[in-house]
Ligand binder design. Structure first.
Ligand SMILES: Nc1ncnc2c1ncn2[C@@H]1O[C@H](COP(=O)(O)OP(=O)(O)OP(=O)(O)O)[C@@H](O)[C@H]1O
Length: 783
């Protein structure tokens, strides 16, 4: 037996030993959770018995209530522990299958012994030997594994910086308790293991990368200082992966204080949410809160407007270029997304502090109780050194007082008498009891009747006024819609607020389009954030104080305005922003600001910028091809994973296109690929492609309503394929007519970079100039 075989055997023996220990722990934990479950069932049963106690008698009811409350607390505490134990169980079960993936041998300077540190997805401490049989990958010492190759190392502990020598770095693939493969690694973390991992077939769910995190990624994952962390990373460089492992890291590092719901991830679409949702559970953590910016907008605006989503905006930009008004809309999108427009809103708000606010009449049963004019007069009579939201609060208090007086007067109106007659018996009885308790009955039947009527009138009017009071408390008397509209009704209005006095191009047309939409209760995507911002400046920000970390993935698709807004929403939160400027989809990104507006959000010493240049997703030939399409593409480093060159195929017409694409799908399937995406430019093109192809092969169509992927063949519009990857990608129609304008370059690049193993492009007529740009040795032209 050679040395390596011998080591392998020893390693397997250790795995067996650890697995056995884990199995023992599992047994006792299972026993413990079983008894905990029995407890919970018992408390629950008891609970219902208590609830059926007679609650007629007030004292007894109060006692019952107290006891139920106490029991409920015990129950929820037990349930929490049970959930915790369940999670531990799951983690242990995973650990039992694959207890660790790495080992480092460390000799600390000044010590004799070499310590062997094994890394896995969770720690496992053996009480008998009082040693960690496995260290959590997030433990401080584990960082050595990611940051160093064998040789001299340094690391920080609570006692200071220690130095030493890493004598060995080893990687394992362990499945079902058996070592599948084992490598000793050199400079980078297991190129071999990484190659193996990356060469696997995709199965529509993102995977954790803890075994092969690269040094440059580890730095981002473990950064704890920055308030704003910006990651510009090439396509496939692991931005999303880094974001998710960072969430897991933070949950571990701050496990005493940080809960998963205090972390929010903004993702590009709901489909992406489901794509990444398995990573944290795989690591034994609960998922953070996942949302999309659109979801937030809708939650705030849906009761007033139909809010356009970003994909409809993009679909318009991509497909309506020939229409009149198109240039104005595009210019409007750019302008309304800028920080300049935010500044205009600030100036507008300052102006509104002095004049120009618009209020609603306060009406009741079709009559004006307090006219908008009176409300306005009152507002401007308030101390104008106060901020507008504070004045609004005072105004609301005043309105509530006024309304209370009016409520009194209302009681004698005729409608109240009619309503009293419609009251049910129970209400009458309640009033009777109440008067009796207050000993207000006089025995004089006539007076008593009067008193009863008064009280009933009070009840009726109070009930009717309730919604009015609620609206005032929510400041619904401010006519935000009209105030926003006012900025666009007179096209000269804007010139008062322009910082440099330059009115945007097509301004009149932009105004006309905006007002027209607002009057139809529609809000264009580009208007939604400024509208909410204006509202917040007038009503006060509804900030979220509990969230501690906000992650924004695909950040290149957010406007500077949106970034600034998100920061205001989460004032106590750190921001991790990840994106790739080469994949910008939205129109506002065609300007040159990049991520620079972000830098103005925090002080420079609180901000850190990282660049990820290595691309892991696609094979080297695919990266060589795609990086030729973009500026500075040579800076992207492909990971050395071999594969076939992309193909570019001309076809004569739609009929031939469908036939060739269907043939390709069949070939790819026969090669064993699980996930094959036919990527189209728009939803419209996707639908057409799907209708044509479905006669030939079995496939499904993805649209913006789709919430999860299934493996197989899909047809998908470009913008929904963002952030996701497929074994093989077919670009349905890569001709000049589809992709030639500058804002289509990045779209095309994004589509092509979704491919892990194979990329095939078809075109009719002329090929897209973004292909002709690329060196012809990087692809195969299949005529
Ligand atoms: N260190 C790593 N070890 C193993 N796989 C990795 C590593 N880093 C990235 N990957 C893999 O590379 C692929 C791309 O990663 P990810 O989607 O996170 O990149 P991205 O930068 O967000 O890409 P894009 O911007 O194109 O959407 C994924 O399959 C991911 O698992």
């Amino acid at each position: 037996m050679d040395k390596w075989e011998h080591e392998w055997q020893e390693e397997q023996q250790r795995v067996d030993h650890v697995v056995e220990k884990i199995a023992e722990r599992l047994d006792s934990l299972q026993e413990h959770t079983r008894s905990m479950r029995a407890d919970i069932v018992e408390i629950r049963n008891q609970f219902w018995e208590d609830v059926t106690v007679n609650v007629e008698d007030a004292i007894e009811a109060a006692e019952t209530y107290a006891s139920i409350k106490q029991q409920a607390e015990v129950l929820s505490e037990r349930e929490r522990s049970h959930r915790h134990a369940q999670r531990q169980l799951k983690a242990l079960m995973r650990l039992k299958q694959s207890p660790y993936f790495g080992r480092i041998d460390l000799k600390v300077d000044g010590e004799e012994e070499v310590e062997r540190i094994y890394l896995g997805i969770a720690s496992f401490f053996d009480e008998e030997s009082e040693t960690f049989l496995v260290y959590d990958w997030r433990a401080p010492i584990s960082s050595l594994y990611y940051d160093y190759s064998p040789g001299k190392v340094e690391y920080r502990t609570s006692e200071g910086t220690l130095s030493g020598v890493m004598e060995l770095k080893r990687q394992y693939v362990i499945r079902n308790g058996h070592i599948h493969s084992m490598f000793d690694t050199g400079i980078t973390i297991g190129d071999e293991l990484l190659r193996e991992v990356l060469g696997r077939r995709s199965d529509m769910q993102m995977k954790s990368i803890v075994a092969t995190i690269q040094k440059e990624q580890n730095e981002i994952i473990r950064d704890e200082r920055s308030r704003l962390l910006i990651v510009q990373g090439a396509s496939g460089s692991g931005k999303t992966s880094v974001a998710l492992q960072r969430v897991a890291y933070l949950l571990y590092r701050y496990r005493e204080t940080l809960r998963p719901e205090q972390i929010v991830l903004f993702s590009p679409n709901p489909l992406f949410n489901s794509y990444v949702s398995t990573v944290l559970p795989e690591l034994g953590e609960e998922n953070m809160r996942q949302t999309t910016f659109q979801e937030y907008l809708e939650s705030q605006l849906n009761d007033t407007f139909h809010v356009e989503d970003p994909f409809s905006q993009l679909e318009y930009v991509l497909t309506h270029a020939a229409e009149s008004g198109y240039q104005a809309r595009v210019e409007g999108i750019r302008f309304k997304s800028s920080l300049e427009f935010m500044e205009i809103i600030h100036r507008y708000v300052a102006f509104l502090g002095q004049e120009g606010l618009i209020f609603k009449d306060i009406t009741f049963r079709g009559e004006v109780l307090i006219s908008a004019e009176r409300v306005k007069e009152k507002f401007y009579s308030l101390d104008d050194s106060l901020r507008i939201p504070n004045r609004m609060k005072l105004l609301a208090e005043w309105l509530l007082e006024e309304l209370k007086n009016m409520e009194l007067l209302e009681r004698s109106k005729a409608w109240v008498e009619d309503e009293i007659e419609l009251l049910d018996k129970a209400t009458y009885y309640k009033v009777y009891q109440k008067l009796r308790r207050q000993k207000q009955f006089t025995q004089n039947t006539f007076d008593d009747f009067e008193r009863e009527q008064e009280m009933l009138a009070m009840i009726v009017v109070r009930e009717a006024f309730k919604p009015l009071f609620a609206k005032i408390k929510r400041l619904h008397f401010i006519d935000i819609q009209a105030i926003y509209r006012q900025l666009f009704v007179n096209s000269w209005m804007i010139s008062r607020f322009l910082p440099e006095g330059k009115v945007p191009k097509h301004w009149e047309e932009i105004c006309r389009q905006t007002v027209e939409k607002l009057d139809r209760f529609e809000l264009a995507y580009e208007d939604a954030t400024p509208y909410l911002y204006l509202r917040a400046c007038l009503e006060g920000f509804q900030i979220n104080t509990s969230v501690r970390h906000v992650f924004i993935d695909e950040a290149q698709d957010y406007s500077p305005f949106q970034f600034a807004f998100i920061k205001r929403l989460f004032p106590f939160s750190k921001l991790t922003v990840l994106g790739d400027l080469n994949q910008s989809l939205f129109v506002h990104e065609t300007t040159d600001h990049g991520f620079s507006p972000l830098l103005s959000l925090f002080e420079s010493e609180e901000t850190k910028f990282f660049a990820l240049r290595r691309s892991y997703r696609s094979t080297r030939p695919i990266v060589d091809f795609t990086r030729g399409m973009i500026e500075n593409g040579e800076e992207i480093e492909p990971f050395q994973r071999e594969g076939k060159k992309p193909t570019v195929t001309p076809v004569a017409d739609m009929k031939e296109l469908v036939k060739k694409v269907a043939d390709r799908i069949r070939t790819l399937q026969s090669e064993g690929y699980q996930t094959i995406a036919v990527i189209c430019k728009t939803a419209k093109e996707s639908k057409e492609a799907y209708e044509a192809l479905k006669e030939e092969v079995s496939l499904s169509l993805i649209d913006k309503e789709t919430i999860s992927f299934e493996p197989g063949v899909i047809v998908i519009p470009s913008y929904l394929a963002k952030g996701v990857e497929f074994d093989a990608v077919i670009i349905y129609n890569g001709s000049e007519t589809q992709y030639s304008r500058e804002n289509e370059r990045k779209l095309f690049y994004t589509c092509c970079t979704r491919a892990m193993h194979e990329l095939h492009i078809y075109f009719i007529g002329k090929m897209s100039p973004f292909i002709s740009l690329v060196s012809s040795d990087t692809y195969v032209f299949e005529s």
